[in-house]
Design a protein around this ligand. Structure first.
Ligand SMILES: Nc1ncnc2c1ncn2[C@@H]1O[C@H](COP(=O)(O)OP(=O)(O)OP(=O)(O)O)[C@@H](O)[C@H]1O
Length: 300
């Protein structure tokens, strides 16, 4: 488990990370989402043991990460701005990483390259941006570390690549102790790949939630009720996060399971009622609005 305990980091007068506490469980794909400048890279760099927090502590499986080679060996970090020497091929870069990660599995790496249709003798400088990102993920998985920290690695990957990486992560999680952490400024990029999402806002964590749990406990309903009185009663009986009107149609974003909500609405004998799918983006917007934050635009 990665435990971030009241961590802060400033650069001069800029407080990049402000008293963040966060737990990243095992064998789950953790998404760290936040707008540009929210502090994602700084937090990941501290979690990788590259930066020392000004305050607080980060522990990897109970051991402090900073200046601790043993704890650092559990982590493979993919920075936002990765650099490859100009004439390096995937094979050369694998040889480089083997020196740092004793569990680096060259045969698996070669197999992954074939699976992902990459030529191990071609210069990386001729790869597209997306291919380079994919190569880094394959290197990270082949390194055999328990944790893989990816900074903006998935932003801009095409759907086929994303699907490939998603399946790869799922099979790693099934087969061994493996926990990928993916930082992104775009919630949409994380929606189909993560099990858990932490929302970073101006250096602090606003929310950290299991996605299935969130989707199970928040719904959007559109219905037509007979009169306003019924609407008022319904608002009192349910935990309503948001109310909208479109003509006679009432749209409610409500906390609760599908069954609980339907029971309450059916009790009012509506003229029409249906549950609509909510995107993760809508769920986060509703949750954060309730908490008093105006962060609608950060997801786009
Ligand atoms: N080395 C540094 N020196 C000075 N300021 C820094 C440094 N690194 C980060 N910052 C500042 O800290 C804040 C958080 O930056 P950080 O890179 O962690 O955010 P981010 O969420 O990863 O952003 P992005 O999505 O744009 O990559 C920003 O205001 C940034 O300017």
């Amino acid at each position: 488990m990665i435990e971030i305990k009241k961590c802060s980091k400033s650069f001069g007068s800029v407080k990049a990370v402000d008293k963040v506490s966060l737990e990243i469980g095992e064998r789950e794909v953790f998404g760290l989402v936040g707008s540009n400048g929210a502090g994602k890279s700084t937090l990941l760099r501290m979690a990788a043991g590259i930066l020392k927090p000004d305050e607080g502590e980060i522990e990897i499986d109970g051991e402090s990460i900073y200046d601790n080679e043993k704890a650092k060996a559990c982590i493979f970090y993919i920075p936002d701005d990765s650099y490859f020497p100009a004439d390096y091929t995937p094979r050369d870069i694998a040889d480089f990483y083997r020196c740092y990660y004793p569990k680096f599995d060259v045969q698996r790496f070669s197999k992954f390259l074939r699976q992902f249709h990459m030529d191990d003798k071609k210069r990386i400088s001729t790869f597209s941006k997306g291919m380079r990102k994919q190569l880094l993920v394959l290197l990270g998985v082949s390194a055999g570390t328990k944790y893989l920290l990816c900074d903006e690695t998935f932003d801009g990957l095409d759907p086929v690549m994303r699907q490939g990486v998603k399946s790869l992560f799922a099979s790693e999680i099934m087969g061994r102790e493996f926990t990928p952490v993916i930082a992104s400024h775009n919630l949409r990029e994380l929606e189909d790949i993560c099990d858990h999402v932490g929302l970073l806002y101006k250096g602090g964590i606003l929310l950290s939630r299991d996605l299935e749990d969130m989707k199970f406990h928040i719904h959007k309903i559109q219905c037509v009720l007979k009169d306003k009185d019924q609407e008022r009663q319904l608002q009192k009986e349910m935990d309503v996060l948001k109310t909208e009107h479109q003509g006679s149609l009432l749209l409610l974003t409500v906390r609760g399971t599908r069954e609980q909500i339907m029971e309450k609405i059916q009790g009012k004998n509506p003229l029409f009622c249906e549950i609509l799918p909510l995107t993760l983006e809508e769920i986060f917007i509703s949750e954060t609005e309730v908490a008093g934050y105006e962060i609608k635009n950060m997801f786009f």
